[in-house]
Design a protein around this ligand. Structure first.
Ligand code: COA
Length: 154
């Protein structure tokens, strides 16, 4: 067992090729390696990772702009699903994004993406709207939101 197995830590630049491979496998509109490398070098962007036996199991990338940490993507390698990684990496990213000056996460989830919607509901994210035809293939998006320090509302 590797020392950082199951822990949420920063993604290494060298792992971006694996991120690109996972993206190509799980997303209809994946980011390619040059795009990921450019994002990774942006100081407002952070990529977090969970590994098992030194292998990338899950990752989460977001970009901070003022109080908003915008979700770039999160995914769990299909071989490592249903172990809690998808939810945990998002939860543990909250203090990281807070430390970068953000106050909430904002993202877009495909209407058909029931697994991600369930994970987000479980960890307290809310669907605050829908954007019709948001994605490149015309699919609608739920706009999803998670405040890091949420008061009871309404
Ligand atoms: C959505 C996604 C990230 C979820 O990843 P995951 O690591 O499987 O997520 P979790 O393990 O936290 O939760 C998934 C399920 O496993 C269950 N689970 C969590 N820990 C578990 C455990 N120890 N044993 C069994 N099941 C477990 C959760 O309760 C959850 O069940 P539910 O769907 O019925 O609520 C993954 O399906 C994925 O990569 N999809 C493709 C990419 C994508 O759509 N990303 C989001 C848009 S950017």
């Amino acid at each position: 067992m590797a020392a950082d197995d199951g822990l949420v830590t920063d993604l290494d630049f060298a792992e971006l090729a694996r991120v690109a491979a996972i993206e190509a496998c799980v997303f209809p509109e994946p980011l390619d390696l040059p795009t990921l490398e450019k994002l990774f070098r942006d100081p407002a962007v952070r990529y977090l990772a969970i590994r098992e036996e030194g292998r990338l199991a899950a990752y989460f990338g977001f970009q901070v702009c003022g109080p908003t940490a915008h979700v770039i993507a999160n995914a769990t390698d299909p071989a490592f699903r249903q172990r809690g990684y998808g939810g945990r990496i998002l939860v543990e990213a909250e203090p990281v994004a807070l430390g970068m000056g953000a106050r909430w996460f904002l993202g877009e989830v495909r209407r058909s993406n029931e697994p991600q919607r369930r994970v987000l509901r479980r960890i307290g994210w809310r669907e605050i709207g829908m954007s019709l035809g948001f994605f490149g293939n015309g699919e609608d998006a739920y706009v999803v939101f998670r405040s890091f320090r949420e008061a009871t509302w309404p």
